[in-house]
Design a protein around this ligand. Structure first.
Ligand code: FAD
Ligand code: NAD
Length: 466
């Protein structure tokens, strides 16, 4: 007899959600987690601490520089970094303890220690106190991802840091070089820029946020440059020398050429993340991985080994917490004999810079490459009454709709509350909505969401306020 119906390995947003959904469906469930707190990368060293610092640093910058136009005068604004970091840690603690509460509520056993798959239905859990073996009808791998290292730039989490170190600097450095103009680079680069650091971002490709819609990434770079971030595009870092006084990086044009050196107090390596499956026993258990180490599945979270499932960052695709969560729900439902499914076309992505950058669906570049005929509707926040009232008018909403059917194929928003505005569009995409559906839906006035409606009206060339 198996001890459990389901053992989930890893308690990040993929794993803990899979465990809760499995328990809701009446399955006897345990979750193995080796980190001292639950919640995985997202709650401990990812989404949550980064958003706590983005919010605090935004308030600091707003109070220091942007209250004048509202008729508010403040005296000297001072930074208490230790208090800012302590608040971030408190937020993390509240969230991770929240997952412990949810485990107790749903009668999920937290098996503390490192999990290793001994074969279908058998998981070994190694902790300081000893090693135990547990049986389960189904094993779900949700072990997440880790930082991709950069050869020649060894991370010490002191002077050369990953996102984990950048979320916990003990003092404000004078200068920071960020390697990689992706999501982590721009979010954490923004945090430290707002706190007074000289930030230079080095990117291998020819634009920031290279996976985003080109028009959006160009606008994002312009706005961030106005905020003081500096960009070196089409540039590669070939080496790093660390001394007590800082780090010297060697840069070269991406295509090769004259090398140059730059110095920084701190260097952040943020060039992507790779699957984390160390010590999991995949090879011995016969679980297949692809060339980059991502666990291979059949598209429905089943690995090649019967009874072994995999979800979240460890299987690749979008490395996002909400994608991992939805996969956790779908996998648990499939295990319970239901019809679990994730519609990847409707998964939104948000970059939490100021302004925020959000999208769902395809970019213009993708539509062009696949030869799909499309129409564009665009509306700037400068023409939105609420954005003007808020003194927060940077950015635009852009719809991409099928030229023949009007079906929404993509939506890209750079602007205030973009991360919340995209939710309406994701729902529409899930329901296979046309641009006209958004255009004919009544939106409250004055709201930022009216910019979404106006951009949808723009697809048919009939925006009202521009
Ligand atoms: P993880 O969250 O990585 O969790 C895996 C867990 O498995 C970990 O707790 C690990 O300790 C455990 N584990 C691994 N191996 C074993 C083992 N053998 N035995 C026991 N336990 C094991 N995504 C967003 O959607 N929005 C954001 O704003 C966002 N911000 C981010 C900011 C940063 C700085 C970073 C680094 C990431 C961010 N992400 C964000 C990405 C997000 O954190 C990940 O996509 C998400 O955490 C993946 O969830 P997961 O459950 O697959 O894995
Ligand atoms: P990323 O893939 O977003 O960006 C990495 C960037 O580094 C890319 O622009 C890439 O071209 C560049 N790059 C790669 N190699 C390079 C090199 N040698 N030199 C210079 N540049 C190089 O990766 P990330 O920012 O490290 O984030 C990792 C993952 O975490 C992402 O998949 C992201 O989805 C997730 N994340 C999400 C959020 C969010 O949803 N708000 C926030 C943080 C992280």
């Amino acid at each position: 007899m198996a001890d459990y119906d389901v053992i989930v390995i890893g308690a990040g947003p993929g794993g803990y959600v899979a465990a809760i959904r499995a328990a809701q469906l009446g399955l006897k469930t345990a979750c193995v987690e080796k980190y001292p707190t639950l919640g995985g990368t997202c709650l401990n060293i990812g989404c949550i601490p980064s958003k706590a610092l983005l919010q605090s640093s935004h308030l600091y910058e707003e109070t220091s520089e942007h209250l004048g136009p509202h008729g508010i005068k403040v005296g000297k604004v001072e930074l208490d970094l230790a208090a800012m970091m302590a608040r971030k840690d408190k937020v993390v603690g509240e969230n991770t303890r929240g997952i412990e509460f949810l485990f107790r509520k749903n009668k999920i056993d937290w098996l503390k220690g490192a999990g290793r798959i001994l074969g279908p239905g058998k998981v070994e859990v190694a902790a300081k106190e000893g090693t135990a073996t547990h049986g389960a009808k189904h094993v779900v791998i949700a072990t997440g991802s880790d930082v991709t290292p950069l050869p020649g730039v060894a991370i010490d989490e002191k002077q050369i840091v990953s996102s984990t170190g950048a979320l916990a600097l003990a003092s404000v450095p004078k200068s920071l070089v960020v390697i990689g103009a992706g999501v982590i680079g721009l979010e954490l680069g923004s945090v430290w820029k707002r706190l007074g650091v000289d930030v230079q971002v080095v990117e291998f490709l020819d634009r920031a946020l290279p996976q985003h819609d080109g028009e959006v990434s160009r606008q994002a770079q312009r706005i961030l440059e106005r905020q003081g971030l500096k960009f070196s595009l089409s540039t590669k870092v070939t080496g790093a020398k660390t001394t007590k006084s800082g780090v010297t990086l060697t840069l070269e044009p991406a295509k090769g050429g004259q090398a140059q050196e730059i110095k920084a107090d701190i260097v952040l390596v943020s060039i992507g993340r790779r699957p984390y499956t160390e010590g999991l026993g995949l090879k011995e258990a016969g679980v297949a991985v692809d060339a980059r180490g991502f666990i291979q599945t059949d598209g429905h979270f089943r690995t090649n080994m019967p009874g072994i499932w995999a979800i979240g960052d460890a299987i690749g695709g979008l490395m996002l917490a909400h994608k991992a969560e939805d996969e956790g729900v779908a996998a648990a439902e499939l295990i319970a004999g239901q019809a679990g499914h994730v519609n990847y076309d409707a998964v939104p992505s948000v970059v939490y810079t100021w302004p925020e950058i959000a999208h769902v669906g395809k970019t213009e570049e993708q539509l062009k490459a696949e030869g799909t005929a499309y129409k564009v509707g665009k509306f700037p926040f400068t023409a939105n009454a609420r954005a003007r009232a808020n003194n927060d008018t940077e950015g635009f909403v852009k719809f991409l709709a099928d030229a023949k059917t009007d079906r929404v194929l993509g939506c890209h928003i750079i602007g205030p509350s973009a991360g919340d505005l995209i939710a309406e569009v994701a729902l529409g995409v899930e329901f296979v909505a046309a641009a006209e559906d958004f255009a004919r839906t009544c939106h409250a006035h004055p709201s930022l969401a009216e910019a979404v409606k106006e951009a949808a009206l723009g697809v048919a060339g009939r925006s009202i306020h521009i």
